[in-house]
Design a protein around this ligand. Sequence first.
Ligand SMILES: [Zn+2]
Length: 163
Amino acid sequence: MSQALPPLLNPWQALKTRAQFAGAVPLSAFSRLRSELVDLEGQLDYGLRFQRDEEKRGLILGWVSGQLRLTCQRCLQPLDYGVRCSVALALVSGIEEAKRLPEAYDPLLVEDAPIRSILLLEDELLLALPQIPRHPEGTCHPPVSTDLPKERHPFAALADWKP
Ligand SMILES: [Zn+2]
């Protein structure tokens, strides 16, 4: 059975009980992601499970998905973006252990103390965002500004120098 993630979670404890979590987090709860968003209405769904692999590594596997409203960097209008990313973290207690991980896992350096569980989702989400969000090519245009004075032709200045 899956339950919602508690705000604070001790990953090592969750691993011992092979905990499974599922639920939804409001967008406004993501402290770093929210600065990228135009609209904080809505939520992201997730599922996470804690388990050990055959080499006894502690893993957190799952996914997070939902709709985000970003800003198109071409027309500066809202851009609806469906995000779905997988979570594949390996619990490590030191840098050396992190270096030995297979590439499939991102290291999660944790001590034997609770962490803010939303971090398990947010780090992956931030990586999954497009670097430069834009509507598909040809479907939008840069905003036309009418306030700015017309750019002076570079040779106009030279023309002023004419005797
Ligand atoms: Zn656009």
